[in-house]
Design a binder for this molecule. Structure first.
Ligand code: GLU
Length: 417
């Protein structure tokens, strides 16, 4: 299939099939894992502020629950498709298995442009979506979390709506909530913190450190911002950041906190006065040590992969590299640290949040961060060792580890009936 025609679900399937080949996976299990368990599509009627009703399209894919309840974010974005949600849910399945937390994979999305909706409209949309999905959600069934353009506020509306209909307070039905209503310390920063932990450990395994390494980050949302922040706090020089509004470059490194304040006030990084402007598409061609794509899927493809000069790519986003570009990077000797490892910090702390909710107690932030560090460092070492054992790339190695864990459960439980 031509690369332009590849959907995210095709990409996810190609990655799975490659791992299945390399690990010699039981074809019956591969057949099962190629398909999502359930995909629902819903219509969400919302009364807009002008009194008119608009109907939005929403999806939830529950990909696989062999290892535990479905887990994964909900995104609000104009380009959400059924197919994209399926791919993202598959990636969540492998991600949770790779870092060995007792969850399966799911993902949801609503086709909308949240930047054009008022807060009241977003609230009505979120609550109605939750209500529509009510029978499919629950702390032991399916647990959403934030993703692109959703945040703590969105999670609070989901938690409140679910709790009202359930008839009891159910904080464990979503993660990524604010602390007041059962969120975990450190959850908001967790994905970006995880990107930094995994990058640091990866370099360490090759005898390097983050000190003075140059970095370029695509995307300045929750993941990109915190990844840039922690990388710079760990000694790296984040020279370039781009987002939908444009980009900025500063040879000596950017002051990420200051850039973050500017981006919040101005709706993006474009026009930041303390750095040079950088056209968005130039981000991938910069001569940096580390490249962190932290925006959307399919950003690095056959058309731009040849520009890449970075030695390491750490995938903050889900699915930012097409399988074709992946092959080129592997041949060039660029080490790609795959999404299911690099950005798993978010769902790991989601798991800690869910555990705290079940126990009705709150851990100290240091404890959360320390547990996160241990989990991610262990997973990074395991991925490297598996890559060496199978003479393969890190993405395939991460898939092999994840699928082995799912396979163990499948063997124990068997196939019904
Ligand atoms: N949306 C995040 C991800 O893609 C977090 C999911 C979660 O915490 O459940 O990994």
């Amino acid at each position: 299939m031509k690369e332009e025609q590849l959907s995210p679900a095709d990409m996810a399937r190609m990655q799975l099939e490659k791992a299945a080949r390399v690990m010699n996976l039981d074809p019956n299990l591969l057949t099962i894992l190629r398909h999502p368990k359930r995909v629902v599509e819903v219509s969400i009627p919302v009364k807009m502020d002008d009194g008119k009703v608009q109907v939005f399209q929403g999806f939830r894919c529950q990909y696989n629950d062999f290892r535990g309840p479905f887990k994964g974010g909900i995104r609000f974005h104009p380009e959400v498709t059924r197919d994209e949600v399926i791919a993202l849910a598959a990636w969540m399945t492998w991600k949770c298995a790779l870092v060995d937390i007792p969850f399966g994979g799911g993902k949801g999305g609503v086709v909308c442009d949240p930047t054009k909706l008022s807060d009241r409209e977003l609230e009505r949309l979120t609550r109605r979506f939750t209500y529509t999905l009510m029978p499919l959600l629950g702390p032991d069934i399916d647990i959403p979390a934030p993703d692109v353009f959703t945040n703590e506020k969105t999670m609070a509306w989901i938690m409140d709506t679910y709790s009202i209909f359930a008839g009891y307070n159910a904080p464990g039905v979503v993660t990524g909530k604010s602390r007041t209503i059962g969120g975990s310390p450190g959850r908001r920063e967790a994905t970006g913190r995880g990107v930094c932990i995994v990058a640091r450990k990866t370099l360490e395994l090759f005898g390097e450190t983050l000190e003075n390494k140059t970095v370029a980050v695509q995307g300045f949302g929750n993941v990109g911002y915190h990844a840039a922040l922690f990388l710079s706090q760990n000694g790296a020089r984040v020279q370039a950041v781009t987002d939908v509004t444009g980009g900025v470059y500063r040879e000596e490194g950017l002051d990420i906190e200051d850039l973050g304040r500017y981006a919040r006030e101005h709706g993006g990084v474009a026009g930041y006065p303390k750095a040079d402007p950088l056209p968005g598409e130039k981000i991938f061609g910069l001569p940096v040590d580390l490249l962190v794509p932290a925006a959307l899927e399919g950003q690095i493809h056959s058309g731009n992969v040849h520009e890449i000069q970075a030695r390491y790519i750490v995938e903050g986003a889900n699915g930012p590299i097409t399988p074709q570009a992946d092959e080129v990077l592997n041949q060039k000797g660029v080490l790609v640290v795959p999404d299911i490892l690099a950005n798993s910090g978010g769902v790991v702390v989601s798991y800690f949040e869910w555990v705290q909710d079940r126990m009705a107690l709150e851990w100290e932030e240091e404890e959360v961060n320390e547990r996160l560090r241990k989990k991610l460092e262990r997973a990074t070492v395991e991925v490297k060792e598996t890559a060496e054992q199978y003479h393969t790339d890190w993405r395939t190695a991460a898939y092999i580890l994840a699928i082995r864990r799912i396979e163990e459960v499948y063997r124990e439980r068997g196939l019904f009936p």
